[in-house]
Write a new protein. Structure first.
Length: 719
């Protein structure tokens, strides 16, 4: 549980916001009576896609599916003077705008005002926004837009990398850009997430507790980012961000200032192709970071290695918006990102250079949104797109991995490693205003394909009981051809090598359905009622049939219904003080790595053959298995030790969380709000790794050491 209090300026107004960026309110006359059929027109400042609607029989209106930006709202009704108001809309924010019309004979004056800070009195969720001013003005060392998440109340990590949750994030978050899910969910976020130029993103929202039913597949938070778009005026920017080693201190190991240089540069341009009809925006950012890797390996006293390395990244984004007519508009976006580090060592400055790897990451996506207004209070939005992410890790010195007590030498045991994720996403949202009910229903389908290679011990891994008398004598250079493996063979205790098929093939069919009703029971009280259903069909059983007889899941969870309920109460009915709260159930995304392990490391598709030193014979590292071939090992012609396998438990379930909150928010003047919320979440069925092939002792509450009591399944070691 967490208790948080936040005093924030207008730049993060609307701390509890709805996923759909929209404007709602009521049109009344001076007596307070509802005005039916008033025309409400919403126009972006500077030009752009315009929307209009009519107030219903209760005088209520809603304009959903808006981009977050500055707007001019104009209300017109025959017999009344028009009214205009300007306001700023943040991502995911629903602003309640109640407007009063005066008879035209009394006054035809247009009332123009600007709302600086507006509390969302119709939503009960907890979150925060990083607005366009913060995106532009807050300095960051490295320009990682995600680091601004630390400004959002409810983010409890002290450092942010690819996500606001650090690396403990399996299934606990989703990154959505313009409504497209772009999250890399093959494995953990340490392998990267799609990156976007800070100057190509306009703003974003982070919901830290109880997002509504329109969003799913996350047991904790949602990130909703919006890209920039063009207007009727040409606009652009150019920038450079440069760092070097001029003011750096000397490296404590090298005893000198290591060369460092980093250049980040880019620009944006946007404007009209056809004024009031068709607009474009383009952004690019690149990074060139040449550096020097200084290594002093443990055990190599007096020996040091210096290697140049250059990190390079490129980020692109192109967006177009087309106002087809007053009822139809289309938005299209394409983006791409590349990352490359040709000489990378992740294990520290005392590592041996043979641990180096060539690493790359690539992501690109395309997304199309068609918004159709069917009439007052009825809007439909169709979205479709494609998202790709892959990473590749190649050992620069593809040799066996040698694990000595003091240091590890040789290429990483699980390289080469190539993960590919391709996702097709199709989604439909219907927004319907009926009386006092603001309803959002929809459905989506994702076809997620994970392919690649994830090998283990492909070149062999050896463990030693002692260090050699002289590392430089055994490893005189980085070139493996110079290594004296014969000299260290007597020190080897175990040797293991992987054989077989390490290819990844995990197809996923994910569906989601939802219904959300923000029911305005009275002018002050709004109920947020939602129900969502998610199913990652067949993810737990990707056509896997084990000959060993081990029971694995035959299907996934099919009853993933997630209800949520909340309330928002405007105490004084003036939009300045709101009490909010609620609770809900939220199912997590399933990281593919859980199933990839089961598909590959099951003792059937791949084999981890091993030999151990005995009192009668040492391990010959030049020929560990003697004359036995890979084919003989895989066929069973050569007897191998029992296998350790990694499979999903037969009763595995989709993790989910229960979330709840209660709190209040008050607006001071025009520029400040104070919010305080008590929030709770707990994840159930979260992923853990246990050895199922042990005997449990109920008397002690612990498993029994397998050297004392044999394992129940004698065909395997750990399961």
């Amino acid at each position: 549980m967490t208790f948080r209090i936040a005093a924030l300026g207008a730049v993060v107004a609307g701390l509890c916001t709805a996923q759909v960026t929209s404007i709602t309110g009521k049109v009344a006359d001076v007596s307070g009576g509802s005005v039916v059929g008033a025309k409400i027109t919403v126009t972006p400042k500077g030009g752009g896609v315009t929307q209009s609607t009519l107030s219903n029989a209760s005088g209520i209106f809603v304009v959903p599916a808006l981009d977050a930006k500055d707007y001019l709202v104009r209300v017109e009704m025959p017999g009344f003077g028009p009214v205009e108001k300007t306001l700023t809309l943040l991502v995911g924010q629903t602003i309640t705008l109640d407007l009063t019309l005066r008879p035209a004979s009394t006054s035809s004056t247009i009332d123009v005002s600007a709302d600086a800070a507006v509390i969302d009195t119709s939503s009960s969720q907890v979150g925060g926004n990083i607005d366009s001013k913060q995106m532009k003005d807050v300095p960051l060392n490295g320009r990682n837009w995600m680091e601004l998440a630390l400004l959002v109340p409810g983010i409890t990590h002290n450092a942010v990398g690819f996500t606001p949750l650090g690396t403990t994030d399996s299934g606990k978050f989703q990154i959505n850009v313009d409504g497209q899910q772009v999250t890399q969910n093959s494995a953990g976020s340490s392998f990267g997430q799609p990156q976007f130029s800070r100057d190509a993103l306009d703003q974003y929202q982070i919901i830290t507790n109880r997002f509504d039913a329109t969003l799913g597949r996350s047991s904790q938070i949602q990130i909703n980012a919006q890209t920039k778009s063009g207007t009727n005026q040409f606009h652009g920017s150019g920038y450079g961000y440069f760092r070097n080693d001029v003011f750096n201190a000397a490296d404590p190991i090298a005893q000198k200032v290591l060369p460092f240089s980093d250049q980040q540069y880019g620009g944006t341009v946007g404007g009209p192709i056809l004024k009031d009809k068709l607009w474009f925006f383009f952004g690019y950012e690149g990074e060139h970071q040449p550096g020097t890797l200084f290594l002093t390996p443990t055990g190599f006293a007096g020996t040091s290695f210096t290697y140049p390395t250059t990190l390079k990244t490129n980020s692109y984004l192109l967006r177009g918006d087309y106002q087809i007519n007053s009822n139809d508009r289309i938005s299209a976006r394409a983006s791409g990102y590349t990352w490359a580090n040709p000489f990378s060592i992740t294990t520290g400055g005392t590592s041996h250079p043979s641990r180096a790897a060539d690493q790359t990451r690539t992501s690109y996506s395309m997304f199309l949104t068609w918004t159709r207004i069917f009439g007052p209070g009825v809007v439909n939005e169709v979205k479709g797109g494609y998202n790709h992410f892959d990473w590749d890790n190649e050992a620069l010195y593809p040799t066996i991995e040698m694990r000595f007590p003091s240091i590890t030498i040789g290429g990483p045991y699980n390289y080469p490693q190539h993960f590919v994720q391709n996702v097709q996403q199709y989604r439909d949202d219907l927004f319907w205003l009926k009386g006092k009910h603001s309803v959002k229903t929809g459905a989506e389908y994702l076809y997620d394909k994970h392919t690649g290679i994830f090998q283990q011990n492909l070149r062999g891994t050896v463990t030693f009981t002692a260090d050699p008398a002289s590392y430089p004598a055994v490893f005189p250079s980085v070139d493996p051809a110079t290594w004296n493996l014969t000299a260290i063979s007597p020190l080897a205790s175990t040797y293991v090598q992987g054989f077989g098929n390490f290819n990844i093939n995990i197809p996923r069919n994910t569906i989601g359905f939802w219904a959300q009703d923000d029911w305005k029971i009275t002018q002050r009280l709004t109920l947020n009622l939602g129900l969502r259903y998610d199913n990652d069909i067949g993810i737990f059983d990707p056509s896997l049939s084990l000959k060993s007889g081990i029971v694995t899941p035959r299907s996934g969870d099919n009853l993933n219904f997630a209800p949520r309920v909340g309330f928002a109460y405007d105490i004084a009915n003036n939009g300045r003080t709101v009490i909010r709260g609620g609770a809900g159930k939220y199912f997590a995304d399933i990281q593919a790595n859980q199933v990839i392990d089961q598909q590959i490391f099951n003792g059937q598709q791949s084999i981890q053959a091993s030999v151990s030193r005995t009192s009668a014979a040492n391990i010959n590292l030049l020929s560990p298995f003697g004359s036995a071939t890979a084919a003989q090992i895989l066929s069973g012609a050569v007897v191998i030790p029992q296998q350790a396998v990694q499979i999903l438990a037969h009763d595995a379930h989709t993790p989910f969380s229960l979330q709840a909150s209660i709190g209040a928010e008050h607006q001071f003047g025009k520029d400040w709000t104070l919010s305080a919320d008590f929030v709770h979440w707990r994840v159930y069925n979260d992923w853990i790794r246990t050895d199922a092939n042990l005997v449990y002792n109920p008397a002690t509450g612990f498993n029994v050491n397998p050297t004392v009591v044999p394992r129940p399944n004698q065909s395997f070691t750990t399961i």
